[in-house]
Design a protein around this ligand. Structure first.
Ligand code: C5P
Length: 227
């Protein structure tokens, strides 16, 4: 099947401390999301990249006037949660001709350090998979269970991975999974797991972090400028 990218970009980025949604904060001379979209558009195997905005978004056209063309698609159907935004985006892909057996690679707008090679590696790794997979990284830190700011216990980090994006699944299966999983899931793989499947973990780079906290902007800026 074909492969499409879907970028949920309807969040408000509450934790970032910025005066606008984090995907629009200027990083290395461009809005953060411009770096993300440039990486996806540089992957020839992706037929199109669909950005899903909040219906109230007032920044996109001014911030990213260069995002247009046959392979650059925009929809304003974002929801109250990431899962709702992705589900609405999948419906939009099908309305534009994608089929249930085609692949979708869901990628966070806020992971602006993405490299096209990593996307190609994920696609290659999942080509023979029935279900799909995701970029992820084995945990380096020791994990603490917190209670009121104190460490109550230590979780075994062996066999634990931090999920990143892109996460690559069949459009039809992901629609079904999200419909059953509800609003609380924070990634696509957890919805797929709830159907009883085991997505492939494809080892990724620490550089593919999600810009989340105030200090993350400066780190992203340094990395982008050093490329
Ligand atoms: O808030 P967090 O960093 O987990 O968001 C991950 C991604 O999901 C971001 O790209 C954000 O814009 C997106 N999102 C969305 N719709 C929401 C909430 C988050 O598209 N309602």
């Amino acid at each position: 099947g074909l492969a499409f990218a879907l970028v949920p970009a309807a969040g408000i980025g509450e934790r970032s401390g910025a005066d606008r949604p984090k995907q629009y904060v200027e990083v290395a001379g461009r809005p953060l999301m411009a770096h993300t979209l440039a990486a996806l558009l540089a992957v020839p195997a992706l037929s199109a990249t669909l950005v899903v905005l909040s219906p109230e978004d007032s920044h996109f056209e001014k911030a990213l006037p260069e995002f247009h063309g046959d392979r650059a698609w925009l929809a304003r159907c974002g929801g109250a949660t990431r899962a709702a935004t992705v589900a609405a985006g999948l419906d939009e892909l099908m309305a534009r001709g994608a089929r249930a057996q085609d692949w979708v690679l869901v990628h966070d707008a806020a992971r602006c350090l993405l490299r096209p090679e990593w996307v190609q590696q994920l696609i290659a790794a999942c080509a023979d998979e029935a279900v799909g997979g995701l970029l992820a990284l084995p945990l380096a830190d020791t994990l603490k269970e917190a209670h009121q700011g104190r460490s109550r216990s230590t979780l075994d980090r062996r066999g634990k991975w931090a999920a990143q994006t892109p996460q690559m699944f069949r459009i039809g299966m992901l629609r079904e999974a999200l419909a059953l999983a509800g609003a609380a899931v924070t990634d696509e793989a957890s919805a797929i797991e709830a159907l009883g499947h085991e997505p492939l973990l494809v080892e990724a780079s620490l550089e593919n972090f999600k810009v989340t906290w105030p200090a993350d902007f400066a780190l992203a800026e340094r990395l982008l400028r050093s490329r």
